[in-house]
Each structure stands twice: as C-alpha cells, then as structure tokens.
Design a protein around this ligand. Structure first.
Ligand SMILES: Nc1ncnc2c1ncn2[C@@H]1O[C@H](COP(=O)(O)OP(=O)(O)OP(=O)(O)O)[C@@H](O)[C@H]1O
Ligand SMILES: [Mg+2]
Length: 227
C-alpha cells in the first residue's frame, strides 16, 4: 500500500497541499480531480520526489519513499508521466523507449510494443512527427519501460480528440489489468476518467473535499460545487 499521511507541501512560502491523507491499495485505479491550481500536480510531484514535502509521510508498505530523489523513486517502482508530450521529438519511437528503459534494460520493450501496436507499427518513425495521441501513447510506453508498480499521470488526455482520449483510457486499463500496475491519474476530463477509475478524489485549495468510489461520485448531483 502506498500511503500519504498528513502531507503538507508547497513552493517557498506558498503552502499548496494541506494535510493530505490518502491510502492507495496495490493495483488500484484512482482519479484525482479539482479546479486549476488546486494542487493536483503538486501532489504527483511530491510522490515522485520532484517536490520535497514540508511535513508529513509518504510510505510504501511501511517504508518511507526517497523524498526529493526522483531517480531513486523511479527505481523503487513509481513512474510519472508529466503533462504534455514528453518524448524526444528527434529520436525514433524505438530509441525513445530504449532510453526510457535505460535504468532497467530493454527486457520490457517487446511487452510495451505488444501493448501499444501503434508504437510497434511506428517504431522507426521520428517521435516528433507522430500525432498528439500517438505521442501520448509513446510517453505512456516510456513510463512503462521502468516496469512501475505505480503509474502517476498528469492530465494524459489534454489536447486529444474524444476518440483518442478513449484509446488512452483503454491503454491505461490494459496496463492496470495486464501488469497489475496501480494508476493515479489527474484529469480535467471527469466523465472519461470515471469510466476507468474505481475511486475518485477531489482536491480543492490543497485539501481533499471528496474521497470515494466512482459510483458515489457519479451519483452526486452537486459535483460542480467543488470546481
Ligand atoms: N514551481 C512553482 N513555483 C511556485 N508556485 C507554483 C509552482 N508550481 C505550481 N505553483 C503554484 O501552486 C499552486 C498549485 O499548483 P498545481 O500545479 O499543483 O495545481 P493543479 O491542480 O495541478 O492545477 P492545473 O489544473 O492548472 O494543472 C498554484 O497556485 C500554482 O501557481
Ligand atoms: Mg496541474
């Protein structure tokens, strides 16, 4: 279990996250929602080690995560797909995947290519010449090259057409089912994400204002009070 307890984090004198507590069961698929500036990205950055919390604890099966040390956190089994198309545009699809897997070798390459046939078809194409959706699949594939137990994603559907959003969500579901990878996904597209996740958390001004099942959130009529 990945456990976040009494977490406070921010930037200099700006306190963003206030007393966040979340227990994430292995293999869970969880969505994080909230208005702009609510602290969603800061939460993912705190887990991956790009932001050092001011106080609180981040543990995995009782062991503390390496605060502020991204490579060590990735080695521990957590991967992060930041917002935007984070690929090396001038390198081929295959080179992008190989570089992403440098810490772990290329053993996982064939599995990633199998999971995303579009990457197999385009493996020698320059990544920057692929469509936004294809680049997002590549960014996902790159994160998977580290064989993560947890995958953190920051708005993976931004800028994608609805049909491509569905492909990305289906890809995430496959990753969760086939590899048992836990998924923590920040999204603005609540309806599309609720088809994927089993649990939803809403952040407002750095605090959790809702944490419950997908069905509980779907049934809420006053959802927009939080946005
Ligand atoms: N590097 C930074 N330095 C200073 N302040 C920052 C930095 N990054 C974010 N902030 C501030 O922290 C607050 C939370 O930002 P964060 O990026 O976590 O929000 P978010 O919920 O991801 O928003 P969005 O939906 O717009 O992506 C905002 O007020 C933002 O201006
Ligand atoms: Mg953000």
């Amino acid at each position: 279990m990945l456990s976040i307890q009494n977490l406070y984090a921010g930037y200099g004198s700006l306190e963003v996250l206030k007393d966040i507590g979340i227990d994430l069961q292995d293999h869970q698929c969880v969505g994080i929602f909230g208005h702009n500036g609510a602290g969603k990205t800061t939460l993912l950055r705190s887990i991956i080690g790009a932001v050092v919390p001011t106080s609180g604890r981040l543990t995995w099966d009782g062991e503390e995560l390496p605060y502020g040390d991204v490579p060590a956190t990735v080695k521990r089994g957590i991967a992060f797909v930041p917002q935007g198309h984070n690929v090396f545009p001038n390198l081929s699809v295959e080179k992008n995947l190989v570089i992403a897997g440098a810490l772990f070798g290329e053993a996982f390459l064939s599995e990633v290519l199998q999971l995303f046939p579009v990457l197999q078809e385009r493996r020698s194409q320059r990544a920057g010449s692929m469509s936004g959706g294809e680049q997002q699949m590549l960014a996902l594939g790159m994160a998977l090259m580290t064989k993560p137990k947890w995958l953190l994603l920051d708005e993976p559907s931004t800028g994608l057409a609805p049909v491509i959003v569905r492909n990305v969500m289906d890809g995430l579901r496959d990753v969760n089912r086939r590899f048992g990878t836990g998924i923590l996904v920040v999204e603005q597209n609540v309806p599309a994400t609720l088809k994927l996740v089993e649990r939803a958390i809403i952040l407002k001004s750095g605090q959790i204002v809702f944490d419950g099942s997908r069905d509980e959130l779907s049934a809420k009529k006053d959802l927009w009070e939080w946005f």
